[in-house]
Ligand binder design. Structure first.
Ligand code: E4P
Length: 219
């Protein structure tokens, strides 16, 4: 499973890039609003920083307008993926973009049948939202299991399973156990994944023992 960063905050994305584990970025209208920036400017900046896919989401709801917006977003950079809502009109646009060889991320997926239909409409990525299902007492990870099973059942489905709305390390762990292709996470969750109290404690002991030797590895 590969990692995308779910953010439109250029500074926090750039801080994580040196770790070499970020394969792309996802944004949505709320994240763009939070950034306080113009969508074209911020997406262009992110797309220049990251070589992998950068999802930018349309806000139109009718297929024709979705297509117009998606075309404009796709023009920002070759690595921009057009993010579309999982609606009838969104899937019409998805099918259009698939024929144009423009990559899409079909978002706001909350059921396995939605994911299957999005895959058949030619979605490059489908984004099921685990956290928002958990929020309403439904099992987000069970949805990931179902979609992974369905996508594995059919060798002609190329759509990538992109786990979205992951809120904690257990969501990430379970998504990986299900064999999801990607998970998109906020910067602070990526940092939480690498944190362990025994790592911190162990490092402190090693450094104290080393200091007592008076040695140096470099001068
Ligand atoms: C990503 O594509 C989604 O927009 C995002 O993961 C939603 O996360 P949230 O439910 O925490 O807002």
């Amino acid at each position: 499973m590969k990692f995308f960063i779910d953010s439109a905050d250029v500074e926090s994305i750039s801080q994580l890039l040196d770790m070499g584990v970020v394969d792309g970025v996802t944004t949505n209208p709320s994240l763009i609003a939070k950034s306080g920036r113009n969508i074209f400017e911020v997406v262009a900046e992110i797309a220049a920083m990251v070589s992998g896919p950068v999802s930018a989401e349309v806000v139109a709801t009718e297929a024709e307008k979705i297509i117009k917006e998606g075309m404009k977003l796709a023009e920002i950079s070759g690595n921009v993926v057009v993010k579309l809502p999982l609606t009838f009109d969104g899937l019409k646009a998805c099918s259009y973009f698939a024929k144009q060889k423009i990559r899409t991320n079909v978002t706001l997926c909350f059921s396995a049948t939605q994911a299957l239909v999005a895959a058949r409409a030619g979605a490059s990525f489908v984004s099921p939202f685990v956290g928002r299902l958990d929020d309403i007492s439904q099992d987000g990870i069970a949805l990931i299991e179902d979609i992974a099973t369905i996508f594995n059942n059919y060798s002609d489905i190329d759509t990538k399973l992109l786990v979205a709305s992951a809120r904690n390390p257990i969501h990430v762990l379970m998504a990986a156990k299900c064999g999801a292709d990607f998970v998109t996470i906020q910067p602070k969750l990526l940092m939480a994944l690498i944190k362990h109290p025994l790592t911190d404690k162990g490092l402190e002991i090693f450094l104290n023992d080393w200091a007592a030797t008076g040695q140096k590895i470099t001068s």
